[in-house]
Design a protein around this ligand. Structure first.
Ligand code: SF4
Length: 360
């Protein structure tokens, strides 16, 4: 089976990041701090940046939060998107603070004059707007008998038409549902209707494990079909987990070469060590490496190196001793007490040389 060719969307810029066209799929997350707490918010953005987040969205629920945006912008390098519902004054204030994008549905602003003011200000600054439809907030006016994905698309189109009527085309769209098939169908329908970039996500996906799997299904299938320009994995967890999960999706589809890939065997009756603890420790230490490197943690020396032949560096553990291997070739033996540190020093050596041979 081959990838469907990536849908070509109109590229737009969110700060220094290009979304759409043939730009790499951008990873987004959202801060979970109180936006009014500038220090905590800036700190969380810094952490997200370390994990490879490309763009951060910040909730702007009130004027105090909007006032904090200018200070947050000054102290961060990542492009910032202000998430605003209903209140055009907050949108104007966010734009004045220098945010790089807005998440705002123009149809939710009551006065046409106020919509015009926001669109004008966004246009002057070349700041894109994301139209975001969530299945839980569809307008009652839409035909209730129409299938849910069609209603989601129509709801988004109502907002899009308002922007287009103002000759505004810096538009990005999301159509999120908890139900994966509904999400996929909505994005598929939308991908054929308009040329704008699509922001993929499965909303309220859940806690770390189930939410990551649900998001991987929705986002992964769409990306595999060639649909999608930027992604956010929404999790009931620290936002760093969202970024980690997003990269696992992209790496799983060979859509990025950023960061390490950990291969670890499921263990079986041949394994004589606590491989789970070792693999978890390695994963934790790999999490901030940016270079593309494939690392294997395998449970036995008989099959391990062979089963992970394409890993750049790996360890195959035996009883009290193990072997370090590179691309399937054993390069040294190691005592059990040194498994972690020796493997990490080999990994760092490959990482310092810029990572590897991993062909994304
Ligand atoms: S690498 Fe060894 S321990 Fe791990 S699953 Fe394969 S045979 Fe079992």
């Amino acid at each position: 089976m081959v990838y469907r060719k990536r849908r070509v969307s109109h590229p737009l810029r969110i700060g220094n990041v290009t979304i759409g066209g043939d730009a790499p799929i951008a990873v987004q997350s959202m801060t979970k701090t109180d936006t009014r707490n500038v220090k905590a918010t800036v700190q969380q953005i810094g952490e997200l940046e370390e994990y490879g987040c490309d763009i951060v969205r910040i909730a702007v629920p009130d004027e105090e939060a909007a006032q904090a945006l200018a200070a947050i912008k000054k102290r961060t390098r990542l492009p910032i998107i202000a998430d605003i519902h209903f209140d055009y004054r907050l949108a104007l204030q966010a734009l004045e603070s220098g945010v790089d994008g807005l998440r705002l549905n123009p149809g939710n602003i009551r006065s046409a004059e106020h919509v015009a003011a926001v669109v004008r200000a966004a246009k002057e600054r070349e700041v894109p707007l994301r139209v975001g439809v969530n299945v839980g907030s569809l307008p009652k006016s839409l035909l209730p008998e129409a299938p849910l994905p069609d209603r989601m698309v129509e709801a988004a189109m109502e907002h899009i038409r308002i922007l287009e009527d103002h000759d505004f085309d810096l538009i990005k769209i999301s159509l999120k549902a908890f139900d994966v098939p509904t999400t996929i169908e909505a994005y598929q329908l939308m991908s054929e209707k308009v040329p704008y970039p699509l922001h993929l996500g499965v909303t309220e996906a859940g806690l770390l494990k189930a939410g990551s799997i649900r998001s991987t299904l929705g986002i992964g299938i769409l990306l595999y079909l060639g649909i999608g320009d930027t992604i956010r994995v929404s999790l009931t967890a620290h936002p760093r987990e969202e970024v980690i999960a997003a990269y696992e999706i992209l790496k799983g589809l060979n859509l990025t070469q950023r960061g390490p890939t950990l291969v670890s065997c499921p263990t079986c009756g041949r394994c004589e060590v606590n491989l789970v603890s070792l693999a978890e420790a390695v994963e934790a230490r790999l999490s901030r490496i940016k270079e593309p490197i494939k690392v294997a943690v395998m449970g036995c020396v008989v099959n391990g190196p062979g089963e992970a032949m394409d890993a750049d560096v790996g360890i195959a553990c035996g009883n009290r001793r193990g072997v370090i291997f590179k691309k399937g070739e054993v390069v040294r033996t190691v005592e059990e007490k040194d498994f972690l540190e020796t493997l990490m020093s080999e990994i760092m050596e490959v990482a310092r040389s810029g990572g590897n041979q991993f062909k994304g």
